[in-house]
Design a protein around this ligand. Structure first.
Ligand code: HEC
Length: 116
């Protein structure tokens, strides 16, 4: 008896080649992670999705800033350096600094805000 069972390998090679060129999605936002971070930091005390509270809504921030070239960098700074901001009632205070040093998480949060 002779068996020549040497098939299947060629097919596997072709499939590997086809998968190699898939591009990464640039605007891939993890909405759950972003909202969890917002909740954990009490950002909702001043910001809401579409209502003006003490601060502009996420939608307003998005429509004002979407597509600006240095916006990610600017917002990272905004969220990590506690700049003075004016609240809707006219009082001034330092903006809340986010309680994480995880830049990827902050960038994801910013991407979420800008996609509202
Ligand atoms: C005590 C109220 C308050 C809290 C809490 C707060 N913010 Fe703000 N935020 C403001 C105000 C007021 C502005 C508007 C500042 C301005 O336009 O000068 C602002 C502006 C912003 C902006 C836009 C900045 C810009 O340059 O236009 C972003 C983004 C932002 N906040 C994100 C957050 C995030 C994320 C959190 C939670 C970590 C948070 N904020 C918590 C009051 C608050």
């Amino acid at each position: 008896m002779r068996s020549s069972v040497t098939t299947g390998l060629a097919l596997a090679c072709l499939m590997a080649l086809a998968a190699a060129g898939a591009p990464a999605l640039a605007a891939d936002v993890d909405a759950d992670a972003a909202q969890a971070l917002i909740k954990k930091n009490d950002c909702g005390k001043c910001h809401s999705l579409d209502r003006e509270k003490k601060a502009p809504s996420w939608k307003k921030i998005a429509s004002k800033n979407k597509g600006k070239p240095d916006i990610e960098e600017k917002f990272i700074k905004h969220l990590t350096t506690s700049p003075k901001v004016k609240l809707d009632d006219g009082t001034e205070e330092e903006h809340k600094a986010i309680n994480t040093k995880d830049v990827a998480a902050i960038k994801n949060l910013i991407a979420w805000v800008l996609s509202r």
